[in-house]
Design a protein around this ligand. Sequence first.
Ligand code: PLP
Length: 464
Amino acid sequence: MQTATARRTVGDTPAGGSVLGFYAPKGTPRPPRVARAEGVFLWDEDGRRYLDATSGAVVTNIGHGNPAVLQAMQAQARKVTFAYPRFFESEDSIALADRVCALAGPGLDRAFFVSGGSEANESALKLARQYAVVSGQPGRWKVISRNPSYHGATLGALTVTGDASAHALYGPMLRAQPKVAAPLSYRVPDGHSVESFEAACAQALEDTIVREGADSVLAFILEPIGGLSTGAVVSSPAYFRAVREICDRHGVLLVFDEIMSGAGRTGRFLAAHHWPDARPDLVTLAKGLAAGYTPLGAVLAPERIVDAVAASGGFVHGHTYFTNPLSCAVANAVLDEVVRQDLVARAQAAGAYLKDRLHALAARSPLVGDVRGLGLLGAIELVADKASRRALPVDFNAPARLTEHGLRHGIALYNRRANRGEFGDFQMITPPLTASDAELDLLVALLERALADLHDEVRGRGLA
Ligand SMILES: Cc1ncc(COP(=O)(O)O)c(C=O)c1O
């Protein structure tokens, strides 16, 4: 029987229609249409169930359809959905700021809420720049970032994103910022160990600051644990210590993009908490903060920066939907669930459980070359040959093929190709923090079926 989902293709209506019309040529089959979601599962309109193995785009930390959050959403909507924060304050936005700052800990004293990750990074970099200007350092404007990295899709965030293919396209519209290599753990350059490459990456930061002129460098931004840019690479305490010392030596602000790693996913509220010496000056959050129940991002900043900017006439920046009362109320309800279910601790325990099972899967699968990550921010790396670590051909786009096989087996796997696969092919494994051990076992079983199909395809095409 042909299902409704199978009949639909991109461009099959004269106007409007699927957003995939922007991404895929006419005639491409459209994905299943979601009908409902609950816990770690989504169902399409044909009643097929999919395990959400990546929390969508690493978003749905507390799972789908949480009744307490839905109730809080409805209650807030009845009270007020929009009030511009410069005219009216809202109780929930203040409660959320108090709470997020308390969870983030000393040094991150104030919170500025926006609608998502790219906006959060834009806001953090503009706050840093305005602080430099008002504190007598107007020559500081350069923001060093890492390659590879991902900091968002807007033009400002793209200036610091380390993705050569995005820069090849949009480069003429941007003022690209200096890049240094990001430490990797599976594909280090010839002649390096993981440790020596990390040390070289830290040294490259200092060399770049000196070369650019320390008085011109405003900030260094990094993902403390890579997302889709590196596939959950975790660096050592020594790297974070070195980065902090270098930034201190040169008066450079250290910005942690915790849009994917924050809000508890790695087994701490912030990934920065894993490395007490890291002490970022600014932190950005999004994704898990409101866990997909509403669009929300945040910048966390120290009082000294916020006070200096405010005293100078105020932050020259804002968005219509910043500090939106409905979004803040929903995020408070999400955080209530994080606390009530002790999900930060659960992320740590579940992460260890899942990692063991993924290592066992890697031992069985000819395609899984590496398993890495922290807490439930994990990834597997897909290779053609495990002994040599040879990657699959870039044009094959192994993560996209795995996603397609996964859908047939009832597992939803988000992937977004960073750097056109230049740094390898990885698949994030980032289920909701609410996943039970039995659901994690099911995830691994379904993933193994999708990997077996991928392996058949790889062999059939003579790629391994
Ligand atoms: C590390 C990181 N920074 C920034 C962003 C951009 O966030 P958004 O897509 O909400 O704008 C993302 C999104 O994937 C991300 O993973």
